[in-house]
Ligand binder design. Sequence first.
Ligand SMILES: NC(=O)c1ccc[n+]([C@@H]2O[C@H](COP(=O)([O-])OP(=O)(O)OC[C@H]3O[C@@H](n4cnc5c(N)ncnc54)[C@H](OP(=O)(O)O)[C@@H]3O)[C@@H](O)[C@H]2O)c1
Length: 214
Amino acid sequence: MRVGILGSGLMGGKLGMIFARAGHEVIFSYARSNDKLKRLARDAKGKTRPGTPRDAAQEADALLLAVHWSRIDDVLKQAGDLSGKVIVTCSLPMDAGNTKLIIANSSSGAEEVAKKVPKARVVSAFNTVPSEVLFGVYDARRKTTRPSLVYCGDDESGKTVAAELIRDAGFDPIDAGALHIARYTEPFALLVAQLAYEGEGGPELAYRFERFGK
Ligand SMILES: NC(=O)c1ccc[n+]([C@@H]2O[C@H](COP(=O)([O-])OP(=O)(O)OC[C@H]3O[C@@H](n4cnc5c(N)ncnc54)[C@H](OP(=O)(O)O)[C@@H]3O)[C@@H](O)[C@H]2O)c1
């Protein structure tokens, strides 16, 4: 499929490269420099190109939303009409210092994104995985046991698209239910990040947690 990356940083840059390696067409958009987008597209090889958020929105079948919470409104505005588009969001509703969730319990970042683009098909995925492990998971994808990755959403066809991308990235997709389940997966993502970045076991421990439920 054609995948538009809205936010080509740690998550978007790596996942875009992985989707390209898996055979998808990828448009990298939204970084502070156009040179970075060009470099990502060149390094990813495959059918990739740099573009604007609007290019990505118009041309892609699915969009990965991977920006800091403070940039959500800007990138969505630049993307323009997102009616009918599948938006897979990994963006967590973090404060400016990335220390805590500013939306939790009674809503979630994913639900707030869905309110901003009511005609899009929003799926929450990839937020429970630290970017550091993405290439390793992709490289190990043919092993019989893959790390699980939860996703949730209200639109079944959007979820089918997200599950395909999750599988192509080397994970075993676990349907956690409706979009409001992001109220539980988003805080869980902070636990995984805590283990990955500050816990002694690092990414290995994060994997174990992701597989624990299964
Ligand atoms: N990193 C993780 O392990 C991880 C894990 C789970 C969820 N998340 C969530 O995923 C989202 C993205 O995280 P990330 O770590 O990938 O962030 P990031 O590396 O900072 O990437 C954000 C992207 O937005 C771009 N950007 C920022 N300000 C911009 C501006 N004014 N104009 C144009 N582009 C701008 C950045 O440009 P530059 O490339 O030029 O910096 C970058 O490409 C966040 O919501 C985070 O909470 C991250």
